[in-house]
Design a protein around this ligand. Sequence first.
Ligand code: ZN
Ligand code: ZN
Ligand code: ZN
Length: 352
Amino acid sequence: MADLGIDVVLLSVGADLPWLTGYTAMPLERLTMLVLPVDAPATLVVPHLEAPRVEPVGDLFTIRPWDETDDPVAAVASLVGAAARVAVSDRTWAAFVLRLQEAMPEARWTPASAVTGPLRAVKDPDEVDALARASAAADRVAAQLLAGGIALIGRREAEVSREIADRLRAEGHQAVNFAIVAAGPNSASPHHDAGERVIGPGEAVVCDFGGTLDGYCSDITRTVFTGSPPPAFVEVYEVVQDAQAAGVRAAQAGASAEDVDGASRARIAAAGYGEFFIHRTGHGIGREEHEDPYLVSGNRTLLAPGHAFSIEPGIYLPGQFGVRIEDIVVVGGDGTPRPLNQADHDLAVVEA
Ligand code: ZN
Ligand code: ZN
Ligand code: ZN
C-alpha cells in the first residue's frame, strides 16, 4: 500500500477478504467491509446479525457491528477519515461504491487488486497444498472420464455435465464452479454451455470442469473421442498435446507470463493452426478460478516460486471440432514447473 501511495484498503464481498482474514462476507444488500488503513489498526464493519460468524484472528482487526437502522456507509467513511487514496475490492457492489464515493467526495479510488492481486498470485505452502488437493480430486473425475466410466454416447451434454458435477462433489469438492461438456461441432466453442444436444459416436467431447475444495479451486480439461478418431482429429490432438507440454516446460521461475503463452502458441502456429487458438494460454488460480497472473501476450510479469496457473491451449475448427487440454501448474520452490494434475494426456477413445 505504501509503495502504491494507497492510504486505505476497503474489502467487501469477493476473495480478498477471506484470503486476508478467513472471513467470507455474505453477498447481501447489508454491507460488510474491512477498513484497512496503511498505518492504523483494521476494523471489520459487519451487520450485527452476522457478527457471530466472524472468528477473530488475534488482533488482526476489531469487529464493528452495525444495527439495522445504522448507516454502515457512514461508519466506513468515518473510519476512512481524511484518507486521500482509497483502494476498494474489485467485487464490491456498485451500489455500495457509489454511496461510499458520495460520502467521501475528496477521495481518489483504485481497485484493491492493485494491492492484493500480486500478493494473492504467489501461493504459500499451505495454499499450494490446498490447490494440490483440489486438483487431485478433479483428476480422479478426469480419470473416470478417460477410462470410459462416464457414459457419453446417447446422452445429452447437460446430463453428462450434471454427472461430472456430482462426481466432483463425491470426490470432495464443496462447490462445483462449472462443468463444460461440448460435443461434436459444439466442441469448437471454448465456453460452450452444456445443452440438449445428444452426444453421438465419432465425436470430439471437450470436458472442462472444476470446483472449490477447502477454499481453493480446481480446473481441468480433457478432450476425448467417442469411437475411433479420424486422422484429422488425431493430428490436431497431437498438436495441442505438444503445445500444452511446451507451455508447462516454459513455466520456469524467471520466465515471463507471456513467454509461457508464446511457447504454447508457437507450437500451434508452426502446425498451421495459429488462427484457431482463440484465447490466452492460461490464468492464475487460487481462491478464484480466474485470478493473476494471466498467461497472455503483453503480460511481462516474471514467474516466481508459488505462482499457480492453468496451461490450457486449444484449437477450435468452426463447424467441425475443438480440442483443449488443461492442467494446473505451480512454480515450485526450486523454480521448476510442478503440474498439479496427473490425469493422462494421451488421446482417450471412449466407446460407451
Ligand atoms: Zn475457461
Ligand atoms: Zn478449465
Ligand atoms: Zn481454466
